[in-house]
Structures are given as structure tokens and as C-alpha cells.
Design a binder for this molecule. Sequence first.
Ligand SMILES: C[S@@+](CC[C@H](N)C(=O)[O-])C[C@H]1O[C@@H](n2cnc3c(N)ncnc32)[C@H](O)[C@@H]1O
Length: 300
Amino acid sequence: MNVFKKLWLGVAASAVLFSAPASSQQGVGDVVYVPTPEIVVEEMLRMAKVGPNDYLIDLGSGDGRFVISAAAKGARAFGVDLDTYLLRVARKNAEAAKVSDRATFIEQNLFETDLSKASVVSTYLLPQMNLKLRPKILALKPGTRVVAHDYHMGAWYPDDQRDIVVPEKKVGTPGVSYVYLWYVPARVAGKWQSQVSAAGKTTPYELAFDQSFQILEGTLRSGADSAPIRGRLNGENISFITQPKGSPGGQRHEFKGKVNGDSIDGTVRIGEGTAAREAKWTAKIATRGELKKASDDIQE
Ligand SMILES: C[S@@+](CC[C@H](N)C(=O)[O-])C[C@H]1O[C@@H](n2cnc3c(N)ncnc32)[C@H](O)[C@@H]1O
């Protein structure tokens, strides 16, 4: 099944499953308590490569399973929930797992949680809650990982996804968990002044990036040459190509680099096959642009 179909099935399923008002022990707030199956938690943490250098925040932490499993991998982890009963259960579970020093839980509305220290954010929330959180998540440090169980982020398509067969799962799509991973993309929308240096010669290039989440389009210009850009961001890593037609020297360009705020450094492969050569490439921001809204996005 393609990703779009699954995403929309997720929306339909959520309307049925998560609309009941919550009481204590069922979760409190905007979505009822349904735990993520343990094997799904483990797979999501594996996809996000959670380890000792991480700081994970689980938004709506339930019985604490994401936070406790992340802490067991050496990460510091933090959960917020509004259900005081579940918060007590989570703290007890953390004690039992001997990770209380790295696993903390507080009573807080997840929409008010400061995410700035997170290297990983996990959610099992309704799609409209994910969408409400999306601008805050997109403003986090590039490369921050986001993992979500069953529900999507609208037109911010995942960088990775898995379907996990979970026969005992009764909610969402019974028997299957959909899990999604995103990397917060660096912001590169706008115009950049760039230089390509090879064999002692430096050539100025102008790059104009249109950015829709991690997807890049735009135009490369150098002198009278002009070619469309196609590319993507993976956190702070940028890659894009131009085809020979319109490119400088009529040669395909394949750029790779690292975005560091207002500058980019990397390498560019010019030409194809054995005739291709590699050059160094740098860029500085000239004018910042806005993220483009994808035409197929849904209401936030
Ligand atoms: C579907 S459960 C997920 C629990 C856990 N993250 C897991 O995957 O096993 C959602 C949790 O979010 C909590 N919750 C709902 N709305 C919230 C809000 N606005 N702020 C904080 N927690 C909230 C509920 O109490 C519930 O425990």
C-alpha cells in the first residue's frame, strides 16, 4: 500500500479510535491512552538510532515506555502527560527498570513543552495534534529526529517508515503499526551566493532554493547559464543535482554539502562517467526565503 493511502487510512482510523473523552487511567487531554506495543517502541528507537548522546522527549508519555526504553539505552529522556495516575505508573516503572536517574516525567500540556533540548521527539498522537506541533518541531535544530506511531505529519513526508506486524494490536489498523521517522531539515529557502573551486579556478554560482520541508527545487545560475535544481535535505546534509541542459559547461552537477546556519560547504561532481571531476563548493546566504507550503498539505 502506498504511503498516501496509509496516511489517510490513519486519519480515518483515528477519528473512530481516539474521539472518546478521557478519564483517569485512559489518558487525559486531547487523546485517550493507548500504549504503543513494546516491539514497536523498540523499532522506533532503533530507527531514530537512540543512544547515550540523546535527549528524548515523549509527548504524552502514558506509562513511560518510550522514556524508559530510551533511558535503558543510555539516553536522557523526559515524558510529559496530563494524567496524574499514568505519571505515577511511569515513575514506578522507571524505578523498577533502575533508570530513574535518566528518566523523568512531569505533568504538563504537551503543547507547552519546551522541545529545544530534544535530539529525538516521539509521539503517538492524533494527526491533527502532530500537525499542531509541526511548526515547533520544524524550528528545532536541523537533524533532530522525530518518530511517530501510526499517525503522520501531513505533507511533511517521512524520511523513513516501516510497517510492523503486531497481531495483538486492536486500535488504528488492527494487527499493524505504521511507524514514521523524520529529520528536521535545515532551512535553506532563499538565495545563496556560491563559489565552485577546481584546478585553481573559482567560478561564482547563484543558487535559489524553493524548500518544501526536506524537498528542494530552484535554479542554479552562473553567467548566462541557468538550470533547474532538484534535491533534498537530510537534517543539515544537503544534496541536489542539475542536469546537463542549461548547466555551466553543459555538464551535470551533483552537489553534496553540510548546512551550517548561513553557510554551506561541500563538494560537487561535475560531468558524468570517467570524465567527471570533483570540486569544492561553498555558499553564503544572500536572502532568506520562506518554506513553501506543499499544495497537498492538509489543514493545521
Ligand atoms: C496514545 S497515548 C500514548 C502513550 C505513550 N506515548 C505510548 O506511545 O505508549 C497518548 C497519551 O497522551 C496523553 N495526552 C493527551 N493529551 C495530552 C496533552 N495535551 N498534554 C499531555 N499529554 C496528553 C494521554 O494522557 C495519553 O497518555
